[in-house]
Design a protein. Structure first.
Length: 287
């Protein structure tokens, strides 16, 4: 089993993640319209994905030694790689028409928040113990509507204000999606989304992978080796999803981090075949 020390790529990946997040906060390409929310949407996706990767990395690390950090915990983390993959799909879909779709993304978020509030009121509105929280949540929903410019008269019908944000499957069926984006998203769906989803939804294939070692009372050498590989796989999977996300943003925004991203792609690709194929087929020509 080829080995790649985390130090060979993790530092560079974390550094470029922070840098792109900072640039999204402070800079905007002159050839793009002035942002009205796109910055915070993209930066939030980067921050959430970077934080998810850090959580996977810490929980699955070998060093520093910690008896509470059990190697079996790595079996629970493939769904977190899916979280970052969801961000990759979202960014691809956003960049098809960034100003329009970023506004849709935020309006859909407000709709979900408003519907959550309505459900809470219908369930707990008569309970005095909930009054303080319901009032606070109502103010938050109203403040978000103010920020998005939603007319007061429209706030009672959130389903009219915005469509739901699409799932990756619906994104790929959107007729406005460009051929290149569709091909990229289909590849990510076929090779990664199904596998991560089976773990998240505990379908049989995902359930089998995540519980086989736990069903044994004693870990033999083969099972121990399998757990080592599982730990390595989940770190690489999360790293590649974050790398794809940052690459999509760099390609569109041209912040100047192509060289760092290429380094991480090539470094990982030297020991993991699917990383090399994904890079050479979908990212190297554009970075």
């Amino acid at each position: 089993m080829p080995r790649l020390p985390a130090d060979a790529f993790v530092g560079q990946l974390k550094e470029v993640c922070v840098a792109i997040g900072n640039r999204l906060d402070r800079e905007w390409p002159a050839n793009r319209p002035s942002p009205e929310g796109e910055q915070v949407v993209l930066r939030s996706l980067v921050l959430a994905s970077g934080n998810t990767f850090s959580a996977v990395l810490y929980s699955c690390a070998e060093l520093p030694p910690d008896p509470l950090r059990k190697i079996e915990y790595s079996l629970a983390f493939p769904p977190l790689a899916r979280v970052i993959l969801e961000a990759v799909f979202t960014v691809n879909f956003l960049f098809e028409d960034l100003p329009v779709r970023a506004k849709w993304f935020m309006l859909a978020g407000w709709r979900a928040m408003a519907e959550e509030h309505a459900l809470s009121v219908s369930t707990f509105g008569a309970d005095a113990n909930w009054r303080e929280w319901l009032d606070s949540h109502e103010r938050a929903v109203s403040a978000m509507a103010d920020g998005l410019g939603i007319a007061f008269v429209d706030r009672a019908t959130p389903e009219v204000v915005a469509k739901y944000w699409p799932t990756p499957g619906k994104m790929m069926n959107d007729p406005s999606l460009g051929a290149d984006r569709l091909a990229r998203m289909r590849y990510l769906d076929q090779w990664f989304y199904g596998q991560f989803s089976s773990a998240a939804h505990l379908k049989w294939s995902g359930l089998a992978r995540s519980t086989a070692p736990l069903l044994r009372h004693h870990l033999g050498e083969n099972l121990k080796a399998g757990l080592v590989k599982s730990r390595s796989d989940v770190i690489v999977s999360a790293a590649v999803m974050l790398l794809a996300l940052l690459s999509e943003i760099e390609i569109e925004m041209r912040f100047g981090h192509s060289a760092q991203l290429k380094y991480v792609w090539v470094t990982l690709g030297e020991v993991v075949d699917y990383v090399k194929f994904l890079y050479e087929s979908h990212y190297q020509p554009r970075l």
